[in-house]
Write a protein that binds this ligand. Structure first.
Ligand code: GLC
Length: 594
């Protein structure tokens, strides 16, 4: 559907959410290790080995939007015990870690991204005991749990903000960004919220404005205040002490604002909220962000098991994305690559260029790819052409799961869930949709309940009305039905995930692009250093069958054919000739070569 409209608004909206972070790959880990004594005991030697080859380089991570995964108590909203009850499914799917969107106490203005207590669980989702049980049950299945961490802003109901707003002399006044307005009741400057309109809100109690990059109910913390930093690092420690495997760090490029309050440059045109377009020059990616990322990395490095830091990173180019790994690989290990997520069309040249760039990034950082999340319209319709969406969704799955990157999946993509936007304004839950209707319908469409089976509410909840309706597509796409169909999207995901796990070349071999001038077919090899055999991946990104020729002698391949391992549409077991290789429309071929 996004293709038909040109998709601009919905797709541009996708670029709003994001931030930054950076990976500190082998080198980063090596640097951290270098500060410690050399390993002496076998245990220490084993720990050293882990640092050199951290788990997150080989993991497949799966995002769970907790409100929508599984409701265990019939209130229409998903919860922690619901997630625990589905761990066997996740293990059988073949993922290694789950990132769970925020479950902290929250007034839920931004559905949990407005936090009123960083070290507790909202009763809507369960208790800390439920959380501990989730972590230990997940561990039994070799699944790690990654928390969402929201450092840029709190809820306006957080006790810190309540204190801060109470008087100009309150000790917590400086924990947030307070400024006087300009004359004639004007806000301090022209900065805009990502969620529409001025980023300043006048608070009558003290007659000053506070800054909020997102909703008015999400006041920004002042990261120049050392007490704020300490409180937030303590919150990270609270969860690391409970055994979490790391954090996805929200909106981290927005942590700092230019202190002299220069107006942002105005750009031509208006945005979906009717405001003039501006460049967020003075509130985005300020250099101090990296100082904080280094400090966060140090907190994580104090814990065993190589905790990972993942970040939102809607960086405009590879140079900016590379910075997120840290000048000494000492910041974020996995910055989410929004450039690849937002190609938004099936273009072999565009994907090839971006894959090459990130593969060769100057920091040597681990790439981190995804196509869908709780802020992005789902990939089934974003990349689908309206006719071949199921096949194209397999193509995108193959792309996500066969490169060198650490893949990040979003719940439901493995069964072909689609974006289902609300039909009427009164049905909208996401405040962005309420502010921006009808041009901006909000993010409800990508947050609908998981489709488990053919029972009431697709097995998500026994409530009469789940918090968002189950989409009509649940009649055809659900876990149970697809588990029984070897040609389903789910079966395809499972096969590729299993192959990624069992084939060392796919798990952590090098990425070698092939036929780099081909306008339609994206092809590459994955190969372990010093090994003869390799995996050949061929992805036809066009609506017509394409015949290509591979000359792999320079890559050390002696044989003239490739043995199929997985193909979609399915093909027979006969080897494919490298000199005359035909791939059907939107076809996927994954095979082995020697
Ligand atoms: C991030 C989250 C998004 C949220 C915003 C404000 O972009 O992914 O869902 O609304 O931050 O916290």
């Amino acid at each position: 559907m996004y293709h038909e409209t040109g998709g601009s608004d919905v797709l541009n909206r996708a670029k709003f959410f994001f931030s930054i972070v950076t990976v500190g790959l082998c080198l980063a880990a090596g640097t951290a290790w270098a500060q410690r004594p050399l390993p002496q005991s076998p245990q220490a030697a084993q720990a050293h080995q882990q640092v050199q080859d951290p788990w997150w380089k080989h993991a497949v991570i799966y995002e769970i939007y907790p409100r929508s995964f599984q409701d265990s108590n019939g209130d229409g909203v998903g919860d922690i015990n619901g997630i625990t009850s589905r761990l066997d499914y996740l293990r059988d799917l073949g993922i290694d870690a789950i990132w769970i969107s925020p479950m902290y106490p929250s007034p839920l203005v931004d559905f949990g991204y407005d936090i009123s207590d960083y070290t507790a669980i909202d009763p809507l989702y369960g208790t800390l005991a439920d959380f501990d049980r989730l972590v230990s049950e997940a561990k039994l299945r070799n699944i790690r749990v990654i928390m969402d961490f929201v450092p840029n802003h709190t809820s306006d109901q957080h006790p810190w903000f309540k204190e801060s707003r109470s008087s100009r002399t309150n000790p917590k006044r400086d924990w947030y960004i307070w400024r006087d307005g300009q004359r004639m009741g004007q806000p301090p400057n022209n900065w805009q919220s990502w969620f529409g309109h001025s980023a300043w809100k006048l608070d009558p109690t003290t007659n000053q404005y506070y800054y909020h990059h997102f909703y008015t109910e999400q006041p920004d913390l002042n990261w120049r205040n050392p007490q704020v930093r300490k409180a937030m690092y303590d919150a990270m420690r609270f969860w690391l002490d409970r055994g979490v495997a790391g954090f996805r760090i929200d909106a981290v490029s927005r942590l700092f604002e230019e202190p002299n309050l220069h107006d942002d440059p105005i750009l031509p045109g208006k945005n979906a909220y009717g405001d003039p377009n501006i460049a967020h020059k003075y509130t985005d990616n300020l250099p101090e962000v990296h100082e904080v990322l280094r400090e966060m990395r140090k907190v994580a490095n104090q814990y065993p098991g190589n905790p990972v830091l993942i970040s939102e990173a809607d960086e405009p180019n590879i140079a900016e994305l590379t910075k997120m790994y840290g000048a000494k690989d000492d910041e974020i290990q996995l910055p989410m690559d929004f450039q690849i997520a937002d190609v938004n069309k099936l273009s072999a040249p565009d994907f090839r260029r971006l894959l090459n760039e990130i593969d060769r990034n100057a920091a040597g950082g681990q790439p981190h790819y995804f196509f869908s999340n709780h802020d992005q319209p789902r990939q089934w319709d974003r990349y689908g052409d309206g006719v071949h969406n199921d096949q194209i969704t397999k193509l995108m799955a193959a792309l996500l799961l066969t490169t060198r990157a650490t893949p990040l999946m979003y719940y439901g993509e493995e069964i072909g869930m689609r974006t289902t936007e609300p039909a009427r304004k009164e049905d909208v839950q996401d405040p962005i949709g309420k502010i921006g209707w009808p041009e901006e319908k909000g993010r409800d469409g990508e947050r609908t309940p998981m489709q488990w089976d053919a029972s009431t509410n697709a097995g998500f909840s026994t409530a009469q009305h789940p918090w968002l309706p189950v989409p009509p597509s649940a009649a055809k796409y659900d876990v149970k039905a697809e588990s029984q169909d070897p040609s389903s999207i789910l079966s395809f995901y499972k096969r590729v995930l299993a192959l990624r796990r069992s084939e060392p070349a796919l798990r952590d071999g090098r990425y070698l692009p092939l036929n780099e001038e081909d306008p339609y077919v994206l092809a590459f090899l994955r190969r372990k250093a010093g090994k003869d055999d390799a995996i050949l991946v061929v992805l036809n990104m066009s609506a017509e069958a394409r015949t290509v020729k591979f000359d792999l002698a320079a890559n050390g391949v002696k044989e003239s054919s490739a043995k199929p391992l997985i193909a979609a549409p399915e093909i027979g077991p006969e080897s494919a000739q490298l000199a005359h290789f035909t791939v059907p429309a939107f076809g996927v071929f994954i095979g082995s070569v020697h």
